[in-house]
Write a protein that binds this ligand. Structure first.
Ligand code: ADP
Ligand code: ASP
Ligand code: MG
Length: 417
């Protein structure tokens, strides 16, 4: 008997028929004698619909109220799944994030989990009851409903698995694992049987939406055994999906590049003609941080005649806010010739731990993109990643040509799906 946390994403619970299928799968695991905690997302499209309603009423809705609205989607699915399980004669009980007590900080719309009370869940599990928990949501110290950022149900699943010391956390989605690139964009992409935690973290942080980045961070911190699988396959002929591993596997011939990620959710801001002096980065980015806007890539040119251009990227949803902060600080904390923004950019990244021991990968990437006449606006590298910012309209082309250039369709990672 194992304690398993299963998380089902939006498409997997996208209709009552699909919810019934999830119930059947869950019931099957339960019959086999496992203890189950099931985390569900809102039905697909529902979170967007709810947030859209809020935006019809205001261009800048209060984040606390946005969370009240957004969290409603998951509350519906937990109840429906419990009803579907009861209909199959299986004992189950649904809980919102607040009812479990998934305690978070108060950063509405992107709250972080601080603590999970496992008492209620353990009591149910001991009685053989399946516990169903609303993903994506928690509650702060003051009793306010919070949400964990888009895609946050993955994090709910992994955090619950960590809190319960579950044997495995299974993320069920609409693809049968983690691929060398988003299979919607690259049909030749291959499923990886295994991927190292470090690579998964980098892919997620570079925009691979198959797992929310915080879920991967949680998994690493608590060494949660994490697997990505399809909810659309028959349980009896289910593919093993992709296992996130914590040790480099000697048996596995390590590909140099494991995957390609892209992100269309960023915007670029350039502060032109600022004085090239100590403290300038802080003068620009300090107020941005104070406004709780996360900054991703940063590039500062070497300026001529004591002046320089300073560029950085932020999440597209925070682009207007960041521009407003800079305009309000211009002339106060820094002087600038101009502040230019571009919210039609995309970031494309190649990721692989094999990069550590191979040179020339960056030039291969740059040549491949140059051959397609794709201009690189920003470049950043880490030990296991090279990322470039390009015009959004070339993103799919860039991902496809890089996938081919690095021969990811032919790799050594095992069978394709
Ligand atoms: P869920 O609703 O189940 O959370 P998501 O849409 O958030 O599902 O994540 C699954 C999607 O992630 C897939 O449909 C796929 O298009 C996308 N995706 C992006 N990159 C990858 C990748 N490297 N491997 C697999 N899927 C990926
Ligand atoms: N329903 C939320 C979203 O759409 C959380 C999730 O699906 O993981 O972002
Ligand atoms: Mg998701």
């Amino acid at each position: 008997m194992a304690l398993i946390v299963q998380k089902y994403g939006g498409t997997s619970v996208g209709s009552t028929e699909r919810i019934r299928n999830v119930a059947k799968r869950v019931a099957r695991f339960h019959r086999e004698g496992h203890q189950l905690v099931v985390v569900v997302s809102a039905m697909s499209g529902e979170t967007n619909r709810l947030l859209g309603l809020a935006r019809e009423l205001s261009s800048s809705p209060d984040p606390r109220e946005l969370d009240v609205v957004a969290a409603a989607g998951e509350q519906v699915t937990i109840g429906l799944l419990a009803i579907a399980l009861h209909d199959l004669g299986v004992k189950s009980r649904s809980y919102t994030g607040a009812q479990v007590r998934i305690l978070t900080d108060s950063a509405f719309t992107k709250a972080r989990i601080l603590e999970i009370d496992d008492q209620r869940m353990r009591k149910d599990l001991a009685e053989g009851t399946i516990v169903i928990v609303a993903g994506f949501q928690g509650v702060d110290r003051h009793g306010n409903i919070t949400t964990l950022g888009r895609g946050g149900s993955d994090t709910s699943g992994v955090a619950l698995a960590a809190a319960l010391k579950a044997d495995e956390c299974q993320i069920y989605t609409d693809v049968d694992g983690v691929y060398t690139a988003d299979p919607r964009i690259v049909p030749e992409a291959r499923r990886l049987d295994k991927i190292t935690f470090e690579e998964m973290l980098e892919l997620a942080s570079q925009g691979s939406k198959v797992l929310q980045i915080r879920s991967v961070e949680f998994a690493g911190k608590y060494m949660v055994r994490l697997r990505v699988l399809s909810s659309f396959e028959d349980v009896d002929s289910q593919s093993p999906g992709t296992l996130i591993t914590y040790e480099e596997d000697d048996d596995m011939e390590q590909a140099i590049i494991s995957g390609i990620a892209f992100n269309r959710d960023e915007a670029k801001i350039s502060v032109m003609g600022v004085e090239d002096k100590p403290g300038i980065a802080y003068a620009i980015l300090g107020p941005i941080a104070a406004a709780n806007v996360d900054v991703d890539m940063i590039v500062q040119n070497i300026g001529a005649s004591g002046h320089t251009d300073f560029s950085f990227t932020v999440n597209r949803s925070e682009y207007r806010k960041a521009m407003a902060v800079l305009e309000s600080q211009r002339g106060k904390s820094f002087e600038a010739r101009d502040i230019i923004g571009d919210d039609h950019i995309a970031k494309v990244s190649v990721v692989g731990i094999g990069m550590r021991s191979h040179v020339g990968l960056a030039s291969k990437m740059f040549k491949t993109l140059a051959d397609e006449r794709i201009n690189l606006q920003m470049i950043s590298t880490s030990e296991i990643k090279i990322a470039v910012v390009i015009d959004e309209k070339y993103v799919e082309l860039a991902v496809r040509v890089l996938h081919k250039a690095f021969e990811l369709d032919k790799g050594s990672h095992g069978p394709s799906a």
